[in-house]
Write a protein that binds this ligand. Structure first.
Ligand SMILES: [Zn+2]
Length: 144
């Protein structure tokens, strides 16, 4: 998920324990942890893209011949992506450059324009959503 160009991954889980998302089902939720891995890898992907590294897009697994497998989803793709072990068409191995693992976590200064999300006050309709977007944009330009 991209939040106003900042680069932001957010995974929300319902409070309702009876929600289907907490149910293991080999058809619906094959590899529930995958969503965490996936969003985390987007963060790493973005870090390298912002530093002008040429790396495969996280969503391009099919271009490199990977398939979503039953039970384990895209585990092989993620493993090779993280280990820079994807064979590209020109025979090179591509994926995340290992430098990404040495980059320190973001500092407060990286969130100059961020706004705290109030999860209890989420927009309930499109009008509220549009109002929220304008509020954030106005704040970015120092307009109240
Ligand atoms: Zn994604």
């Amino acid at each position: 998920m991209d939040l106003h160009g900042i680069g932001y991954s957010n995974i929300r889980l319902p409070n309702d324990r009876s929600s289907y998302i907490y149910t293991y089902n080999s058809i619906i939720n094959t590899f529930p942890e995958e969503v965490f891995v996936h969003e985390f890898l987007h963060s790493l992907e973005r870090i390298l893209q912002e530093r002008n590294y040429e790396i495969p897009e996280l969503h391009d697994y099919e271009k490199y011949g990977y398939k979503e497998e039953k039970l384990v989803g895209l585990k092989e793709w993620y493993k090779d992506y993280m280990n820079c072990n994807i064979k590209s068409s020109d025979g090179k191995l591509v994926g995340l450059d290992s430098e990404v693992y040495t980059i320190t976590p973001p500092a407060n200064s990286d969130f100059k324009y961020s706004t705290e999300i109030e999860f209890n006050k989420e927009p309930q309709n499109i009008i509220e959503e549009i109002k929220n977007v304008f509020t954030v944009v106005f704040r970015m330009f120092g307009i109240k």
